[in-house]
Design a binder for this molecule. Structure first.
Ligand code: FRU
Length: 489
């Protein structure tokens, strides 16, 4: 619907114009993370490296800082670091996507950039309908909708969305997040479809499902599945809803993780190991990956979790909410996904400070030059006594604590919802390094070269920039710090 589309674009552009100054005046506005120009950002969509340019689309609600009928916002980049705002890719303007152009992916086909996404519809009875839709583009900027290419198959509820598409041999495949009803309860699952032309799809079956023998109980809905091959393994990455906390695991409202194994597309079968959480922090959800021209498997995640205190985010007062993670490269090491910041992040470094090989024993320590709001810190732990408790206090607001004896690493922060301290933990075999990317109100920490990652929002007093170390027992550390250049004015 041409008219509706134009009207929605004009309204969204007006929202940007109207609130740009307000968003820009927020002290918590990010310096180098992708964030919305106004309104709410959630899942990364359509991530692709096409004709030498990275395209990052995202779920976007321009009119308020809550969820609703989503648009696809669009950024492009030559280097994964500096992002250019592009015309809106998709608006919820048609009968089949009127309540949201929900998540999906991008592929290259016959020289065109093609998007597959979910059209979300609430019908007159207030019931949900779901349609998998196609949109195509010659130039990667202007998209033309081709309508519905796949409808809800029998046996699934309308919680059926977020197609991730790839090509294998002569066929296209698409994995979709789904829900089915079994013995009176809802089970999350990932289903597989096949096509020769992206326009007509055949349902093949389920790749994995909660409640099955191999998966066990794993929630009532799986969102944003992604299936890819990396370092000799096949990986199904997805965001299940409905898991209960278990020891140190699953403390966010919804989870994100993966199962690693071998996929047999012809038999619609995925042989896999256990579900493993991808991130240990407070906010991380719905990540998506792509293979770039350099052969790297790149991942972006949403630094947010649906329904998790979203109404309490301080940035809402400035008309925006949520951001993307920094781009990360994935690898499989010893049967586990390892995430590292992409090389390109180094280009933002300036003003290096190096504190080499310092011994700390039963003391608190702070260095004049080691502080800031938008910085990178690389801390190597060269030695740690068996009884040591090592702490790193970030801007008097969040704190990493490593307890040698228990081999437990904990991130604590002041909750932005209730002001009390809350924590997330994981077990390590030892603590070797902490690599921090701090950006006004976002913290990403890669532990032991990316074996574990903690991603979280933090809202310290903007002028409080201190980093303080404290050691009970003994430690030797090597510390490097850089200021990180802002990638936006
Ligand atoms: C995940 C999700 C997706 C959906 C989109 C809607 O955060 O709920 O399943 O497509 O967000 O914005």
């Amino acid at each position: 619907m041409q008219h509706k589309d134009q009207e929605l674009r004009a309204r969204a552009d007006r929202a940007i114009q109207e609130y740009q100054n307000v968003v820009e005046s927020d002290p918590y506005r990010l310096h180098y993370h992708v964030m919305p120009p106004v309104g709410l950002l959630n899942d990364p969509n359509g991530l692709i490296h096409w004709n030498g340019t990275y395209h990052l689309f995202f779920q976007w609600m321009p009119f308020r800082t809550g969820h609703g009928a989503k648009f696809w916002g669009h950024y492009t980049s030559e280097d994964l670091i500096h992002w250019k705002w592009e015309p809106i890719a998709l608006t919820p303007s048609d009968w089949y996507d009127k309540d949201g152009c929900y998540s999906g992916s991008a592929v290259e086909d016959e020289g065109q950039l093609k998007l597959l996404y979910t059209g979300n519809v609430k019908n007159e009875q207030g019931e949900r309908e779901t349609y998998q839709c196609l949109a195509t583009s010659q130039d990667g900027v202007h998209f033309s909708k081709k309508g519905v290419v796949f409808e809800l198959p029998q046996g699934y509820t309308p919680h059926f969305r977020d197609p991730k598409v790839w090509k294998h041999d002569d066929h296209w495949y698409m994995v979709i997040g789904a829900q089915k009803e079994q013995e009176g309860t809802y089970k999350g699952c990932a289903v597989l479809c096949q096509s020769t032309d992206l326009s007509e799809w055949t349902f093949l079956g389920e790749l994995a499902a909660s409640g099955s023998d191999s998966v066990g109980d794993l929630g009532y809905m799986w969102e944003c599945p992604d299936l890819f091959h990396l370092d000799g393994k096949d990986i199904l990455l997805f965001s299940p809803q409905g898991l209960e906390p278990q020891g140190m695991k699953y403390h966010n409202v919804y989870q994100t993780g993966y199962m690693l194994g071998k996929v047999h597309l012809d038999q619609v079968h995925f042989e896999h190991g256990d579900f493993q959480e991808l991130d240990r922090g407070f906010e991380f959800y719905a990540p998506q990956t792509t293979l770039d021209d350099k052969g790297r498997r790149i991942l972006f995640g949403w630094v947010g979790v649906p329904d998790q205190n979203e109404e309490s985010h301080p940035t809402r007062a400035y008309q925006w909410i949520h951001n993307m993670s920094i781009p990360r490269q994935l690898h499989v090491v010893d049967g586990q996904l390892v995430q590292t910041p992409v090389e390109e992040m180094k280009r933002l470094r300036q003003h290096n400070v190096h504190i080499p090989h310092v011994r700390l024993a039963h003391e608190r320590k702070q260095w004049e030059d080691v502080k800031g709001q938008a910085i990178e810190l690389l801390l190597n732990i060269e030695a740690l006594s068996d009884d040591a408790i090592f702490e790193m206090n970030i801007r008097q607001h969040a704190r990493f604590i490593y307890q040698s004896k228990e081999r437990r690493l904990t991130l604590e922060r002041h909750s932005f919802a209730h002001g009390r301290t809350e924590s997330r933990s994981c077990r390590l075999s030892e603590l070797k390094s902490l690599h921090l990317f701090l950006d006004t109100s976002c913290l990403e920490v890669f532990v032991n070269g990316g074996e574990e990652v903690f991603t979280s929002r933090i809202f310290p007093y903007p002028e409080e920039e201190s980093i303080v170390f404290a050691v009970r027992g003994e430690a030797q550390i090597d510390l490097k710090k850089w200021d990180l250049q802002a990638t936006r004015e």
